[in-house]
Design a protein around this ligand. Structure first.
Ligand SMILES: *Cc1c(COP(=O)(O)O)cnc(C)c1O
Length: 456
């Protein structure tokens, strides 16, 4: 077993804030049925110029073995790589591509804007249009102001700073198994006991930066109560993915989410929903709308940019009065509200009708129900058009309930799918996404491959 040390790194990351990217390459899976000549050559060059050959770690295929495929083009729900292999795309660029690749409305919007200007560094109409569209369509009492940034990481980082500035408090609560981007104070894993303060989960993050981050298990009211008891009047915000989808799909009990709303209100703590995945995915209003719970702040990303880099955070005017230039909480961005990205986002969000979601959920239901009815020891958990393959009897609600040993099997399944032209995220901790160009036959291709694999 070469790379045993790496496996233990993986184990350390499991159930904590990091997505899957540190596991060993001790199980190599075969993708021999594919011609990967061009991808392999590109990867070799990439590794000489770019750390690990990738610009985001999980793309490196470390947890499924083999080397990454270099993609060349996409159309609808299909991807084509540098060797001309075609795949049905269930990764959807990790969530953004809810309308698939190159939807004509989005491409036209981008081209039209590109003919006018790529960036101004001044305000432009596109920002106003997108802000108005989102706030009016969300139509939630607490969603009065929105600011655009360039990524989900920035959205969450800025929302937390605003929460601290607004409350005048320093500490935050986050949950094991929720990922909130790679800003320093959120790269934390839990200490041994409940309600302990976090220690950094990544090299290069000073312990001081995470001292204010309290990490708790999901699905555990008592742990939350205890944290509020141990740190009275000092917790600025409690943040979570209301539909945790970065470490498996850890669906929470609605009562737990309601409890979080109540307990934060009682303690003068802001509730922040990280809807970077769930926003515009579970429905236009994301998890807040699905569960009927209004957070104080919400962070968005992924779908909001229609494939361009956009993030945003939104909430009540009273809170946003504290944000620069109106207030003392600083936040800025050279390319924030970029006109091309705003145009892509608006074109994307205009496509999101109730029928649009009904189509996606029908497809997801077929995959989940028929797979689960087959009665294997693997199952599918889903939320809206998000799905996740897990091994075990009951769907996990907490990070530590995920069967780690199952990940070797997932690696083999991933290779099995690639050979059949099905592109899944290269890690068993990652979820899959349906996109609107998909039809029942596309979903059946994945279903058949999954039944075939897990039967043997
Ligand atoms: C993807 C993601 C982020 C980080 O967004 P980036 O655009 O990758 O910076 C934050 N929170 C959640 C829930 C995410 O899924």
């Amino acid at each position: 077993m070469k790379g045993a040390g790496k496996t233990s790194l993986r184990e350390r990351a499991i159930g904590n804030s990091l997505p899957d990217y540190v596991s060993g390459d001790d199980f190599m899976t075969s993708t021999s049925a594919l011609n990967t000549t061009q991808s392999s050559a590109l990867y070799e060059r990439a590794c000489k110029a770019i750390p690990g050959g990738v610009n985001s770690p999980v793309r490196a295929f470390r947890s499924v073995g083999g080397t990454p495929l270099f993609m060349e083009s996409g159309q609808g729900c299909r991807l084509r790589d540098a060797d001309g292999n075609e795949f049905l795309d269930f990764c959807s660029s990790w969530g953004p591509l809810i309308s698939g690749h190159r939807h004509p409305d989005i491409v036209t919007a981008v081209k039209d804007q590109a003919d006018k200007a790529l960036t101004f560094g001044t305000p432009c109409e596109g920002e106003v249009l997108l802000a108005e569209f989102i706030l009016s369509r969300l139509n939630r009492p607490g969603m009065e102001k929105i600011r655009f940034v360039n990524s989900g990481t920035e959205a969450v980082m800025s929302a937390l700073r605003l929460a601290r500035g607004f409350t005048g408090r320093d500490k935050i609560i986050k949950f094991e198994g929720c990922y909130h981007g790679h800003s320093d104070s959120l790269l934390v894993k839990a200490g041994s006991g409940l309600a302990t303060l976090g220690t950094p989960d990544s090299a290069g993050v000073p312990a001081d930066f995470t001292q204010g981050t309290i990490v708790l298990p999901l699905d555990d009211e008592n742990a939350v109560r205890e944290a509020f008891k141990n740190f009275p009047d000092s917790i600025a915000a409690l943040i979570l993915e209301p539909v945790p989808a970065n470490n498996g799909l850890l669906l929470q009990r609605p009562e737990f989410l309601k409890f979080l709303r109540e307990v934060t209100r009682e303690n003068g703590t802001l509730l922040i929903f990280d809807e970077v995945i769930s926003g515009f995915r579970l429905g236009f209003g994301g998890a807040a709308e699905k569960y009927g719970i209004d957070p104080d702040l919400a962070a968005y990303g992924k779908i909001i940019g229609g494939g361009m880099p956009v993030g945003a955070f939104a909430g009540r005017s009273e809170i946003f009065e504290k944000l620069a230039p109106d207030g003392p909480v600083y936040q800025a961005g050279t390319l924030s509200g970029n006109p091309v990205a705003m145009a892509a986002g608006l074109a994307q969000l205009k496509l999101l009708t109730p029928e649009f979601y009904a189509h996606l959920e029908k497809l997801t239901g077929i995959l989940r129900d028929e797979f689960n009815a087959a009665g294997r020891n693997w199952k599918i958990e889903s939320a809206g058009s998000i799905f996740w393959f897990y091994r075990g009897k009951d769907a996990p609600r907490r990070a530590d309930q995920i069967e780690r040993e199952a990940m070797t099997e997932y690696a083999a399944f991933h290779a099995h799918c690639l050979e059949r032209g099905l592109y899944l995220a290269p890690s068993g901790y990652e979820v899959g996404f349906m996109s609107s160009p998909m039809e029942e036959k596309d979903v059946r291709a994945l279903l058949d491959a999954a039944l075939e694999f897990f039967r043997s």
